[in-house]
Design a protein around this ligand. Structure first.
Ligand SMILES: [Zn+2]
Ligand SMILES: [Zn+2]
Length: 144
């Protein structure tokens, strides 16, 4: 996605496309790896020496508020960010911590029976296990 397309993408979410916001959004649209703040910052810094980690953090917070990006809380150490906002679940490998997309249908989601005091905001579904890559590397004593 070129930078003009990224600008339009941000404007669709009513986000003013500053240079830094555009760079961060473009990064997310090119890296569906569920990166952390630290990864995004480290990857963008060589091209944007004036970028600060606080800016990355605040920008992601804005993206999440505007629903341009989803925050994923599958990793107990770091929030991960996902520009894939359509319905899907996640699978986290316990060995390498990679997060994989898992297709999900509306019908796969258990019906949420809330009430006046419980209103559903969003659904996050995730699975834990071992990815194929790690499974192959692992010895026979591994626990899945
Ligand atoms: Zn793995
Ligand atoms: Zn995802």
């Amino acid at each position: 996605m070129n930078i003009q397309e990224v600008h339009r993408y941000l404007e669709n979410y009513h986000i003013n496309p500053s240079v830094q916001r555009s760079a961060i959004m473009q990064y997310l649209l090119q890296n569906f790896t569920h990166p952390t703040v630290d990864q995004i910052y480290a990857d963008l810094l060589p091209d944007m020496p004036t970028l600060s980690k606080a800016t990355v953090y605040n920008t992601l917070k804005l993206f999440v508020e505007k629903k341009a990006v989803k925050a994923i809380y599958i990793d107990e150490r770091n929030v991960r960010y996902d520009a894939q906002t359509g319905l899907h679940a996640h699978f986290k490998c316990r060995r390498c911590n990679d997060i994989y997309e898992v297709p999900l249908e509306e019908s796969d989601i258990p019906t949420f029976r809330g009430g006046p005091e419980l209103r559903l905001g969003e659904t996050q579904i995730y699975f834990l296990g071992t990815c194929g890559k790690c499974f192959e590397q692992a010895n026979t004593q591994m626990t899945v």
